[in-house]
Design a protein around this ligand. Structure first.
Ligand SMILES: Cc1ncc(C[n+]2csc(CCOP(=O)(O)OP(=O)(O)O)c2C)c(N)n1
Length: 326
C-alpha cells in the first residue's frame, strides 16, 4: 500500500489524538475520574496507530495493554469516548460501566480481552478461524508486548495459525522491557521476529517509532492474510517514556531508569519525528500542526464533558443482563 498525502495526514491526526487522549487518561487517573489503573502509551503509540489506521472496520483487533487499546481503537476509527466512559465506570460506557478496562467495542471488531497477558493469542487464533470460515476476508491483528511473547500460549496459537493458514497478523510492540525485566534477559536473540521462522511465518522487523514504516509493514501482511496466504509476524522496535504503570517505580532489574535514558528515548518521539518529516515534505504547514493539536484538545474536552455528564450505573438489575443471555 502506497501512502499519499491523505493517508499520511490520517496517520498523523490519529497519532496526535492518541497522544492527547493518553495524556488525558493519565491526568484523569490522578484525579480519580479514571478508575483502577493506567499503563501510558506515550512513546509507544506508533505500532497501535500504524497497525490499525488502514484496516477494514470489520477486521478484528486485539489491542496491547499499553494505552489500554487507545492507540488501536483511535487508529481503527472508533470514538474513544465510549471506551473511556467505560474505564471511568459510567453507564454510557461500552459495557454500561461494568467492564472497566476490559471494555469491548464489538462494532469495531474489538471483542475484549483479559488481564491475563497472553490470552490474546488463543483468542486471536479463534477469531482467525472464524474469519477464515466465514469467508468475508476479515483479518485479525493481534498486538502484544515483548514480555507477553514469553507466554506459552503464543507458541500454541502461532503453530495453529500457521498450520491452518489463518488470516492473522501478529504485531509485537517491543519496547525492550516488560514490567521490570529487559527482554535481552528473557529471549536469547536480538529480534523476537526470529520466533516466526519456527512456524514458517514471514516476518519483518521495523522501526516502531516510524508510524509509516509500521503501517506499510502491517498492511503488506494484512494483504497477504486477506489473500489466504496465512499469518505473519511484524516486530516494531519501540519505547515507553513513562514507568510501566502510573504509580509503579520506573525500574529495570531493580535499578531506576535515569533521566538521561529517558531523554535519549524521547529523542525518537514518534509524534515529533513524523511531524518534522511531514513539515519538511510540505505535507503539513505550521498552521495545520496548530489546528490538529487544537482539534485534539477540543475532542478530549468534549469527551471529558460527556463522561462528567454520564451517570454511574445504579440499577442492580443490569447485572442480570450482563451475566446471562436471554
Ligand atoms: C500472565 C500475566 N503475568 C503478569 C501480568 C502482570 N503484567 C501486566 S503488564 C506486564 C508487563 C508486560 O510486558 P510487555 O508485554 O513487554 O508489555 P509492556 O508493558 O512492556 O508494554 C506484566 C508483567 C499479567 N497481567 N498477566
Amino acid at each position: 500500500m502506497k501512502f499519499g498525502k491523505e493517508e499520511l495526514l490520517k496517520l498523523y491526526v490519529n497519532l496526535v489524538r492518541t497522544r492527547a487522549f493518553d495524556r488525558a487518561a493519565v491526568k484523569w487517573l490522578a484525579t480519580g475520574k479514571l478508575l483502577s489503573f493506567y499503563h501510558p502509551a506515550e512513546g509507544g503509540e506508533a505500532p497501535g496507530v500504524g497497525g490499525t489506521t488502514f484496516l477494514r472496520k470489520d477486521d478484528v483487533i486485539s489491542p496491547h495493554l499499553r494505552g489500554h487499546g487507545l492507540p488501536h481503537m483511535i487508529g481503527k476509527g472508533a470514538d474513544p469516548k465510549y471506551y473511556l466512559a467505560e474505564h471511568c465506570g459510567r453507564s454510557t460506557g461500552a459495557g454500561n460501566g461494568l467492564g472497566g478496562i476490559h471494555a469491548a467495542l464489538d462494532e469495531w471488531g474489538m471483542y475484549g480481552g483479559s488481564g491475563t497477558l497472553g490470552s490474546c493469542f488463543p483468542l486471536s487464533a479463534g477469531w482467525g478461524l472464524a474469519a477464515k470460515k466465514n469467508g468475508r476476508g476479515q483479518v485479525v491483528v493481534c498486538f502484544f508486548g515483548d514480555g507477553t511473547s514469553n507466554r506459552g500460549t503464543w507458541h500454541e496459537a502461532a503453530n495453529m495459525a500457521a498450520v491452518w493458514k489463518l488470516p492473522i497478523v501478529w504485531v509485537c510492540e517491543n519496547n525492550g522491557v516488560a514490567q521490570y525485566m529487559p527482554i535481552k534477559d528473557a529471549y536469547p536473540l536480538e529480534d523476537l521476529a526470529n520466533m516466526a521462522s519456527a512456524y514458517g511465518m514471514p516476518s519483518a522487523v521495523v522501526d516502531g517509532q516510524d508510524v509509516v514504516a509500521v503501517a506499510e509493514a502491517v498492511m503488506a501482511a494484512v494483504e497477504m492474510a486477506r489473500a489466504g496466504e496465512g499469518p505473519s509476524f511484524i516486530e516494531c522496535k519501540t519505547a515507553r517514556f513513562s514507568a510501566h504503570g502510573i504509580g509503579n517505580p520506573d525500574k529495570v532489574h531493580g535499578k531506576d531508569r535515569t533521566p538521561e535514558e529517558i531523554a535519549k528515548l524521547r529523542e525518537r518521539d514518534p509524534v515529533v519525528l513524523f511531524r518534522t518529516s511531514l513539515l519538511e515534505k510540505g505535507v503539513l504547514t505550521p498552521a495545520d500542526v496548530e489546528r490538529i493539536d487544537q482539534d485534539a484538545v477540543d475532542e478530549v474536552a468534549a469527551t471529558e464533558k460527556f463522561i462528567d455528564e454520564s451517570p454511574f450505573p445504579d440499577d442492580p438489575s443490569i447485572l442480570d443482563k450482563a451475566l446471562y443471555a436471554e
